[in-house]
Design a protein around this ligand. Structure first.
Ligand code: SF4
Length: 345
């Protein structure tokens, strides 16, 4: 069966199609498995906004760096966030300037940290998508149960489905979506049905092995050829129609939808998860809503995130912008399209 799929994809001679893989893990797997060398050049695979670090606003980074430099404060974060620059500096630079920043591998370890050092005010950088939101909900649950007063979250949690809706509305050149595998475990494939119907686009959910991705690309081509668009779940071992309802209930208990500022895109309605009113005292975030984002001069991250170009089309790619000297956020994170292309191109 897979041989037949490869044969079809290699010899595809139909109209050129543009398929967006939304998550960075798919982008990495496309390179690892040499998918672009297997399929016809008429099938263009482009990356999307599925790297949480890349779409986190510079105003958010600015506030984290300010906290790290404040007396008796400490910022807790995942390692990926360290090198992303705000409008003034990154957390790495803030640390070099005397700021207090600690890298954690699991949000729940923040509890022990806060309990051991009661005189320090901890701020946890809660960045991510639907996949990590349940863990942040559990963290807050622990904070409440243990009555911890020196640990707060600073949230920049985003949801993918409103972003996909935005892309369908604005980026008409995208013919189909390879839906994000991990996010779909939480949301379920039912989350894409309205979009598939409304915008007449294929949404195909796939695992991360090479043959899973090839099968998904083939399915998108089939739907495009038949002009019959729907959601297809090719990752049934992990993704159900309704998703993980326990996780969704946990998210809903503590978070509600709000407008989210995506770096490189702007504000997308109802695309952020904010702490509910009754839990806002545990939110270290700013009260002022940011509406605009300024990208570094010459950086094309916005076009990369929106799938208009691939990273090598940015004039700074591999010249002025490298992982060691990243200019835009897409070069910084392991899930960022520019960083992945840099390692493999
Ligand atoms: Fe931005 Fe660098 Fe990517 Fe260009 S190569 S889009 S500057 S991150």
């Amino acid at each position: 069966m897979i041989d037949q799929v490869i044969h079809e994809l290699k010899n595809y001679g139909g109209r050129p199609v543009k398929i967006m893989e939304v998550c960075g893990t798919h982008t990495a797997s496309i390179f690892k498995n040499g998918i672009r060398t297997i399929i016809s050049p008429r099938i263009q695979l482009i990356s999307g906004p599925g790297c949480p670090v890349c779409v986190t606003s510079s105003a958010y980074i600015d506030e984290l760096t300010e906290y790290s430099l404040k007396e008796n404060h400490c910022v807790l974060t995942f390692g990926d966030m360290m090198k992303v620059r705000g409008s003034r500096m990154s957390l790495t630079e803030a640390k070099a300037a005397g700021g207090r920043v600690k890298i954690l591998y699991s949000p729940l370890t923040a509890i022990g940290e806060a309990e051991e050092n009661r005189r320090i005010q901890y701020v946890f950088a809660a960045v991510g998508f639907e996949t990590t939101a349940p863990v942040y909900a559990l963290l807050l649950e622990e904070i409440l149960q243990r009555k911890i007063e020196n640990l707060k979250l600073m949230t920049s949690i985003k949801t993918i489905v409103p972003a996909l809706s935005f892309l369908c509305e604005k980026e008409k050149a995208i013919d189909g979506f390879l839906s994000p595998g991990h996010v779909s475990v939480i949301t379920g494939c039912g989350a894409y049905r309205k979009l598939a119907f409304q915008y007449q686009k294929p949404f195909v959910i796939a695992g991360f092995e090479g043959e899973h991705i090839l099968a998904a690309v083939y399915e998108i081509l089939l739907q495009t050829r038949k002009q019959c668009f729907e959601v297809k779940n090719l990752y049934a071992s992990a993704v159900t129609e309704e998703g993980n309802q326990k996780a969704a209930a946990l998210i809903n208990r503590y978070f509600e939808a709000g407008d989210g500022l995506w770096r490189g895109i702007g504000v997308i309605e109802k695309s952020a998860l904010r702490l509910r009113k009754e839990y806002r005292i545990y939110d270290a975030g700013r009260k002022k809503e940011e509406r605009e984002e300024h990208m570094p001069v010459g950086c094309k991250c916005s076009d990369v995130i929106l799938g208009r170009i691939n990273p090598p089309d940015c004039p700074l790619f591999k010249t002025a912008c490298t992982p060691l000297h990243a200019i835009g956020p897409c070069m910084v994170s392991q899930e960022g399209a520019c960083g992945i292309w840099y390692q493999n191109f």
